[in-house]
Design a protein around this ligand. Structure first.
Ligand code: ZN
Length: 99
């Protein structure tokens, strides 16, 4: 990929600090940095979700209670149908952790 600043070839770089996270992207000797747009978008979405109170509806399929996650949560955490997650139950709290 070419640097939009100086038109030189940019080098792929992993773990570039972005907000409080590290993501992949490209860097140029002129100091220009280009973040992977998909990863950057996920982090911006995560930050947005952190500031919100998120509600989700419980459904039921046969004897199982189903937790329906909002699309933004799915996208931000990169969750997929069929993927296993860890559940932590404490008092009235349920924490869902991506493995
Ligand atoms: Zn450059």
């Amino acid at each position: 990929m070419k640097c939009p600043n100086c038109k030189q070839n940019m080098n792929p770089k992993k773990g570039i600090p972005f907000n409080q996270y590290r993501i992949d992207g490209f860097s140029c000797s002129c100091g220009e940095i280009y973040f992977d747009p998909e990863q950057a978008e996920k982090i911006l979405l995560l930050n947005k979700l952190k500031k919100q109170k998120i509600t989700a509806k419980l459904g039921r399929i046969k004897s199982n209670l189903i937790l329906r996650l909002p699309k933004d949560v799915e996208t931000a955490l990169g969750l997929e149908q069929g993927e296993e997650v860890e559940l932590h139950v404490e008092n009235k709290e349920l924490r869902v952790v991506k493995i």
